[in-house]
Design a binder for this molecule. Sequence first.
Ligand SMILES: NC(=O)c1ccc[n+]([C@@H]2O[C@H](COP(=O)([O-])OP(=O)(O)OC[C@H]3O[C@@H](n4cnc5c(N)ncnc54)[C@H](OP(=O)(O)O)[C@@H]3O)[C@@H](O)[C@H]2O)c1
Length: 338
Amino acid sequence: MSSKLSDKDITTSNALINDDSAPTVSVFVGGTSGVGKFTIEALVRTGASTRIYLVGRKSSKERMETFIKEQHTINPKAEIVWVEGEVSLLADSKRVCDVIKAKESRLDLLFLSAGYASLGGREETSEGLEVTQVLEYYSRMLFVQELMPLLKKAEAGRVVTVLGGGLEKVRSLDVDDLGLKKPGNFSPFKAQGHFLTMMTLHLEKLSKENPDVTFVHSWPGWVNTGNVDRRAGPLGFFMNFLFTFIVKPLIRILSMSNETSGQRHLFESTSAYYGGNGIPWKGNAGVNTMGEHGNGVFLVNFRGNTSTNEKMLPVLREKALEKVWEHTQEVFRPYLEG
Ligand SMILES: NC(=O)c1ccc[n+]([C@@H]2O[C@H](COP(=O)([O-])OP(=O)(O)OC[C@H]3O[C@@H](n4cnc5c(N)ncnc54)[C@H](OP(=O)(O)O)[C@@H]3O)[C@@H](O)[C@H]2O)c1
């Protein structure tokens, strides 16, 4: 059993973050907006000494220069280092990992939140992969694998990936077409469930091989970040109507504040509630996907509470874990060779 969290628990824990307990080095991929950015702001506002690598594309550079200056004024002990990279491409994701590995020998926190829900058809990158699948799955998992040696050198290395932890379903995963490449097999209604289920399975495999690292798969709930406007192509009539008149007004009404989202994700990034050696947690800690306390993979909902998703995960482990792992390594092979 784990204690249910309140926002007070979360802010009380975050208030304990100081020079000794803050992540010394962190990497944010997706921190140029939304949940990642709110989490950086919450970390900076702790006043603690910390170094943050902020990975983002060229089009966000100017905006981020202003952001970095603002954050430095708020907390001069927080150093934010801009690293330019196009993370929709695996070759560039690998290059960015090499840049970080050349600068740092340890990594306390890897925070992954790039991506958006596709609302249209399959859109391929120049590498022949579907863009939202790269942002929300392949590139994130490549960052984790490539930076694992650094995460293992930290006292309590932690990965937080923001998508849909706890929402895994057997029927969401297309085991026979993991890249959703078969003609007509990509649809916005299918994609998110498929990616998030792949992510949890891939993290479980990584966790088995790297038991000293903590993995948090967060489902952020509704946060009004403009995420639904990120698709590149135009929407069809039905989707346009649905999003303009129903989904977007609902998001405006139901979303939590940016500050709340930032605090919750800072807690997920630092608290021993999720295992590891984080900010001490008194009481029953959260449970990992094996139903245990301690390190492992934590499926965390928008209130910070953990779930084991025991109806789905045993079947998925049996049926799909190795297939997801092998498929992913096959996709990575051209970029990791040599
Ligand atoms: N917000 C929600 O309510 C919600 C709910 C459930 C799940 N999620 C998922 O949680 C994750 C984080 O959500 P969020 O709302 O924080 O996201 P967001 O603010 O919309 O975007 C996060 C990041 O994705 C990057 N990005 C978007 N398209 C890109 C592209 N084509 N190439 C490279 N980078 C790209 C953005 O870079 P730029 O700043 O350069 O554009 C930004 O750094 C996403 O995967 C989202 O689907 C969100």
